[in-house]
Design a protein around this ligand. Structure first.
Ligand code: ZN
Length: 381
């Protein structure tokens, strides 16, 4: 068998048909380049595409490319149909469960796009190019894993549809995820990995509609099995999550929607963590995704913990002046946030063998895998 190597192809990593659902009345998309904060108009044909090197020795020619071409056409039509059904739902002609069923049948394809998205370009950027494509294809061609992850979302998460005035953003990661509560600091995964308790999943449909799946013991901004028109501050909270899921770019139909949350964007790449190494050359480590928290206080608690700046709060009483310098009483300022930090510290002190028992959703068929992890011996030593 003759295998062709390194066939370069310019391809959309977010389907062009989906980008078409985010255009303004001039059929333009407003795009932001996150590292320079540059905002400019573009078109669905020119946005979210990249030169991919899809071919690899170990893959039969065109395997991935043909596969993507097939699901691209499938998803475009399916999302258009879903928008039509949402309009029917609003008129009272159909039941929300009809839409839920359609979306749940599409979940495997949504998850494939999640892996094939801009994440490919960034999460795997520290990995040798030759290893990048097999690593991606191992994930997206692994039907057992994709189906188990879909079943986890279907069986363990609440479903709802959220609506805005055409001002939802779209991330280059395709789906967006966030943690709804700070759990702990993991070595190889983030607090927002699918399958963990207190997580939110956002699936883009158009600038007007998103599908939300969430797992939480607390109340969320919407009720299960409903379509809800969000208030402006709730839209902002969702958009803050979407922009922080983006690696390089984010698009919208409205410039203001981007400007509204641009200051909330934190530049933070997936980090490589080396967990161990000894003189004989043994090493192990992982690539970890950025943490994204839906609630501001969780984000702050996680920072206090990971930056190790919680000491000044340790001995404060409820009525003492807060250590942050706000001049407010502790109870009216950082006490709730510090209490969350204490939960993280406790999670390290408890000697629980199976952390899955603590943080995984009971009954989950699969957890989202780490970007990558490795262990072995360094041949150079
Ligand atoms: Zn404070």
């Amino acid at each position: 068998m003759i295998l062709e190597k390194n066939i370069v192809k310019r391809q959309h990593y977010i389907p062009e048909t989906l980008l078409g659902n985010f255009v303004n009345s001039d059929k333009k998309l407003i795009e932001v380049l996150l590292h320079s904060k540059k905002i400019y108009p573009t078109s669905p044909g020119n946005s979210m595409c990249e030169t991919f090197v899809y071919e690899h020795d170990t893959l039969k020619k065109n395997t991935i490319e043909n596969y993507f071409a097939k699901i691209d056409s499938e998803i475009g039509q399916a999302i258009k149909d879903t928008i039509g059904q949402i309009e029917e739902l609003k008129k009272g002609n159909i039941n929300i469960n009809t839409i839920r069923e359609v979306v749940e049948n599409l979940l495997p394809i949504f998850i494939i796009f999640y892996y094939r998205s801009g994440a490919l370009l960034t999460e795997f950027s520290s990995i040798n190019k030759d290893e990048k494509i097999p690593l991606l294809s191992n994930k997206i061609l692994n039907h057992v894993y994709i189906n188990a992850l879909s079943k986890t979302i279907r069986n363990c998460y609440n479903f709802s549809i959220i609506e805005s005035d055409n001002n939802f953003l779209l991330s280059d990661q395709f789906m967006s995820t966030a943690s709804l509560d700070v759990k702990t600091q993991f070595f190889d995964i983030s607090n927002r990995h699918i399958g963990l308790k207190e997580t939110l999943i956002l699936i883009p449909i158009s600038s007007k509609y998103y599908i939300t799946y969430w797992h939480s013991n607390k109340s969320f901004i919407v009720e299960e099995n409903t379509i809800t028109k969000l208030k402006p501050e709730e839209v902002k909270n969702i958009n803050q999550t979407i922009i922080n899921n983006s690696y390089v770019k984010c698009v919208s139909s409205q410039k203001e929607a981007i400007e509204d949350v641009l200051d909330e964007y934190e530049m933070e790449y997936p980090s490589q963590i080396y967990a161990g190494g000894n003189p004989s050359g043994y090493f192990c480590g992982a690539i970890k995704k950025k943490e994204v928290f839906f609630h501001k206080e969780d984000k702050e608690a996680f920072k206090l913990f990971t930056w190790m700046i919680f000491k000044p709060y340790e001995k404060l009483g409820r009525n003492d002046i807060c250590a942050c310098g706000s001049n407010k009483k502790f109870k009216k300022c950082h006490q709730d946030i510090y209490n969350k930090v204490k939960i993280i510290i406790d999670s390290f002190q408890k000697n629980k063998r199976d952390r899955g028992d603590n943080y995984g959703i009971p009954g989950a068929m699969a957890y989202e895998l780490p970007v990558d992890h490795w262990q072995g011996f360094d041949k150079n030593k």
